[in-house]
Design a protein around this ligand. Structure first.
Ligand SMILES: Nc1ncnc2c1ncn2[C@@H]1O[C@H](COP(=O)(O)OP(=O)(O)OP(=O)(O)O)[C@@H](O)[C@H]1O
Ligand SMILES: [Mg+2]
Length: 283
């Protein structure tokens, strides 16, 4: 018979063997496919029948007025939705063809491969810049032969290295808002995710920091598939390859009106509501 401590030891063995040297592996962008996704909060349907394919090596922007379910959909893509009390969902989400909700798939595994950056920068304020970058490795028990190299690589990719390389031991909380957000991006990239989800990552930032993050997104998209929620139509136009337009009309659940290449969505979309929205005529 297996005792509790055997189970724990076994689980640790599995975790450490499967996690060994993941820090050494190259980042490879993954493709995400959501089908028939519905979401409820305390029995209220807020998102209905969403199908969306998110291509690798591309940036997909989720656009639409407030309350149409963009953040909810984003959280479903890395199993954050299930952490909310009263939240339910239906449908499937596959990363490279693998169901992220299959019973034998651990949520921590999913979140390591599908990382997330939030609206408000959330570095660990009392940890150093270096410790912040490495925080995800410790949590996921990822080993790496050179922490210093990984810190430099992640901070370089996030466009922050030159600004902080001489003060890596300073606290994360001592950086500017824009720098803190880039630190959060570096922390997310350090575990080498296949997909990076970003929920309005620039909405709390000034124009210069926003531009810096947009450059970062352009730099990393070959290695990490990016899905970004933004209310800023110029930003969606600048950074994304594809756009999905979400809408919740007259209190009905949010759904996707139209998906297409960003060029088409901003110039000649199929649905007149899309053109009205991207031109700022509502929402
Ligand atoms: N934790 C929650 N509990 C209950 N209802 C929620 C919760 N989070 C979101 N909702 C509801 O779900 C719907 C979709 O919300 P969501 O935050 O996904 O919209 P959004 O498109 O991201 O909006 P915004 O652009 O304002 O961020 C809304 O009706 C919202 O009130
Ligand atoms: Mg939101």
């Amino acid at each position: 018979m297996m005792t509790t401590s055997d189970v724990t030891t076994d689980a640790r063995k599995v975790a450490s063997s499967s996690a060994a040297n993941l820090g050494e592996q190259p980042i490879t962008a993954g493709e995400l496919n959501a089908t028939g996704v519905c979401a409820w909060f305390s029995g209220r349907l807020v998102l209905e029948d969403v199908d969306l394919f998110m291509e690798r090596h591309a940036v997909t922007a989720l656009i639409g007025p407030s309350g149409c379910g963009k953040s909810t959909f984003l959280r479903i893509l890395n199993r954050m939705h299930e952490t909310i009390n009263g939240a339910q969902l239906a449908g499937t989400v596959e990363l490279n063809g693998e169901d992220i909700y299959s019973p034998n798939q651990r949520a921590t595994w999913v979140r390591r491969h599908i990382g997330m950056v939030f609206q408000r920068p959330n570095p660990f304020p009392a940890m150093s810049i270096e410790q912040n970058v490495l925080a995800g490795l410790r949590f996921n028990r990822i080993k790496t032969s050179s922490k210093a190299d990984l810190v430099e690589e992640a901070l370089t990719k996030a466009g922050l290295w030159t600004e902080v390389k001489d003060r890596l031991s300073n606290m994360g909380g001592a950086l500017s808002g824009g720098q803190q957000q880039r630190l959060c991006i570096a922390r997310a990239l350090a575990v080498r995710p296949s997909v990076l989800l970003m929920d309005e990552p620039c909405s709390a930032l000034d124009p210069a920091s926003t531009l810096r993050i947009e450059e970062t997104i352009a730099d990393i998209k070959e290695e990490v598939t990016v899905v970004i929620v933004t209310h800023n139509m110029q930003q969606a136009n600048r950074v994304s390859d594809n756009c999905a337009f979400f809408l919740s009309e007259n209190g009905k659940p949010g759904h996707i009106v139209e998906v297409g290449s960003t060029v088409k969505m901003f110039s000649a979309p199929n649905d007149p509501r899309t053109l009205d929205y991207v031109n700022g005529r509502f929402g």
